[in-house]
Design a protein around this ligand. Structure first.
Ligand code: ATP
Length: 341
């Protein structure tokens, strides 16, 4: 059986705890992976390196696939977000975050099945800021036709492949007429010229958020620029049980990084109580990506086995504290491992 060399970045805060639990589950499931560990974030700084070491970037470029724990981003000061740097340097322009109800996790809605697709390289989220004079600062929102068209085409292609019916763009083009205006024009053009069979709509983001929390089942695939995608992803996570249960992935032409939507959760870091499920689900996405891109059915079989095991664990009531359960990180991992069959 082929073994895939895969970069592992434990990250900061709860990162090392959840990556340890997830790699233990993957090993127990006989995932054909060989980890190549590298650091990024505070962990890299503390070991005397750059916050995003060149060796980490080179390893991801070389191996093409990484599983990454969250990296701490200082608020209001300090270095540029490692996540932003990684996405820009590796041109990982498409973030995909599936948001679905899980059996055994009770939430307000029981019919959520959304995919959030986020443009990952432009917009206000890039953090291009400037102090004009003390007391006056600006932030630049950049949108290019090239990147807006690229993410729109990527989203429609993805929706077609996954047999999804509809793409909705959330925007604020009534106010940001040029930047968001360009984003919706590019999406509309791709719909009309290349994918007329996928239904397309565009909602102003404030009204869209209201509709989303009233009836999430009316949406299918959401396509958003960078900052809106960041905010709406967490909103969507709240619909299905929180940040502990939503996986994520970042795709470019040459590489892909799989990581949970959540951050480093400093409030619970070091306590061993974080939910490893979001990262585990991200690892399942990674195995399916390896199966698709490297034609390796073994990866697909392991992904299926892990998914079945965590679904059974949840149905049996095995839950971490964020889901109102009592298990800690390692106990939840044990419960999944027991159900691998
Ligand atoms: P960032 O700015 O890095 O994205 P954030 O502001 O989104 O971070 P998180 O670190 O994701 O914040 O945490 C938000 C809240 O969700 C915190 O209360 C945290 O404890 C909780 N949380 C996040 N991830 C998990 C997890 N895996 N298990 C349990 N609770 C979590």
């Amino acid at each position: 059986m082929a073994t895939h060399e895969t970069v592992l970045i434990p990250g900061d805060g709860i990162g090392p705890e959840v990556t340890a639990a997830v790699t233990r589950i993957l090993a127990s499931a006989d995932a054909p992976l060989n980890w190549v560990e590298h650091q990024a974030g505070l962990a890299a700084l503390e070991s005397g390196d750059e916050v995003l070491p060149e060796t980490t970037l080179e390893a991801i470029e070389h191996h093409g696939v990484a599983l990454k724990g969250p990296c701490t981003t200082p608020v209001g000061k300090g270095f540029t977000s490692v996540n932003v740097q990684l996405r820009k340097r590796l041109n990982l322009y498409a973030a995909v975050r599936p948001v679905r109800n899980l059996e055994g996790v009770e939430t307000r809605f029981d019919d959520v099945d959304l995919i959030v697709i986020r443009e990952n390289t432009e917009g206000l989220y890039s953090g291009v800021e400037n102090e004009v004079t003390p007391g006056v600062v600006t932030s630049m929102k950049v949108a290019t036709e090239e990147a807006c068209t690229r993410i729109a085409r990527w989203a429609f292609r993805f929706a077609t492949k996954r047999q999804r019916k509809k793409i909705t763009v959330f925007h604020k083009a009534n106010i940001m007429k040029m930047t968001d205006g360009l984003f919706i024009r590019c999406a509309q053009a791709i719909h009309e010229e290349e994918y007329p069979n996928i239904e397309y709509e565009q909602h102003i983001i404030d009204a869209g958020c209201m509709r989303l929390v009233q009836d999430p089942s009316r949406y299918d695939v959401l396509l958003l620029e960078n900052l809106y995608g960041d905010v709406v992803s967490d909103l969507c996570a709240g619909l299905v049980g929180g940040l502990g249960v939503v996986p994520g992935s970042n795709f470019g032409e040459e590489a892909a990084i799989f990581e949970a939507v959540h951050g480093s959760a400093p409030d619970i870091a070091g306590k061993g109580v974080a939910n490893p499920l979001a990262l585990l689900m991200s690892a399942v996405m990674m195995l399916n990506h390896l199966a698709d891109t490297r034609k390796d059915d073994a990866c697909r079989a392991v992904a299926k086995k892990i998914k079945a095991a965590y679904n059974t664990a949840l149905r049996d009531g095995a839950k971490t504290r964020d889901l109102k359960g009592e298990l800690n990180t390692e106990q939840f991992a044990d419960t999944v491992i027991e159900r691998l069959g």
